[in-house]
Design a protein around this ligand. Structure first.
Ligand SMILES: [Zn+2]
Length: 310
């Protein structure tokens, strides 16, 4: 029993994210459509993550309610479900047609459809993460974009549901920096489904109050150990670890941070703005009434600093 408890933080990631992907491959192989597989596997992964917050908590403080559940629930519904689905319905046809035109113009398919699905999934992650790395970094360093993205960083704690706390405009930018590239390049539907399963299991686990450990994989994958630093209210720390799924691009562009000698702060939120609006409508309006928001001192995103390793 003791050995199991010791092992638990190390097997959580392969169990939740690896298990989701393997399960999705099996279901797709059995002939089920992506429109069924993605919601079923994502919902199962979320249930496991919520249970793990009880069984394997990282922080006692974050395990207590902060009055944020309903605000985060509305954010997640709008920004993680309604907006991506609406944009898909609106743009998939046009992007698929554009992809066919590009293929005809080039004279060959751009996507290596002959590779195994998991290799194609790795390629999809590498490409989208590069675009998302820079989008996310600009969200932190360009003031009008930071006002939108600050909603995500206003979370007073980390738990599974605030992986969906995004201003709708931020959600549109995030979606636009991943899905269109895959469709334009002709990424097949089952691989897109695996990518969605990967993101919908990895993202909530990355924010979850679960003690997940990755060891040397912290040089490749961006999970909670790294992402908690990204939520530091001290922006000199928070302006690091921009990766959603991978930390690889942070390593390459010098923004990875994982101090070996201390834990990240547990009092979260936006530095200098302890009374940031906590309700949904207040958060929707916050970027547009930024100068009037209560603060204890001028708060501006600190410039990026170089890589800090541990
Ligand atoms: Zn951020």
């Amino acid at each position: 029993m003791k050995a199991m408890l010791k092992l638990a933080p190390w097997i959580t990631y392969p169990l939740v994210v690896g298990g989701s992907v393997v399960g999705a491959v099996a279901l797709l192989d059995s002939g089920l459509g992506a429109e069924v597989v993605v919601p079923i596997v994502s919902a199962m992964a979320l249930c496991v993550i919520v249970a793990l917050e009880r069984l394997l908590p990282y922080s006692a403080q974050w395990g207590r309610s902060h009055g944020d559940f309903w605000t985060d629930g509305v954010h997640a519904t709008v920004s993680m479900v309604l907006i991506p689905e609406g944009l898909r319905l609106l743009l998939l046809g046009a992007l698929t047609a554009a992809s066919a035109s590009i293929t005809a113009w080039v004279g060959m398919g751009l996507w290596p459809t002959g590779l195994p699905w998991l290799a194609q999934l790795a390629l999809a992650i590498l490409i989208t993460e590069l675009v998302q790395y820079w989008t996310h970094r600009w969200m932190h360093t360009i003031e009008p974009l930071w006002r939108l993205h600050a909603i995500h960083h206003s979370a007073p704690r980390l738990y599974w549901l605030n992986s969906g706390r995004f201003h709708p405009f931020d959600a549109v930018v995030t979606w636009a920096s991943s899905m269109p590239a895959l469709w334009l390049l002709g990424c097949p539907e089952p691989v897109v489904a695996l990518y969605l399963v990967f993101t919908t299991s990895h993202g909530p686990l990355q924010h979850a109050n679960v003690d997940v450990r990755l060891g040397p994989l912290n040089w490749l994958i961006c999970q909670g150990e790294l992402h908690r630093w990204h939520h530091s209210p001290d922006m000199a720390e928070g302006n690091h670890n921009y990766g959603s799924l991978l930390i690889l691009w942070d390593v390459i562009f010098g923004t990875r941070m994982l101090p070996p000698d201390r834990r990240p702060p547990e009092d979260l939120g936006i530095g200098g703005m302890p009374d940031f609006p906590a309700d949904y409508l207040g958060q929707l309006a916050a970027p547009f009434r930024w100068a009037r928001l209560p603060r204890v001192q001028a708060s501006a995103p600190a410039p990026d600093r170089g890589q800090t390793e541990g």
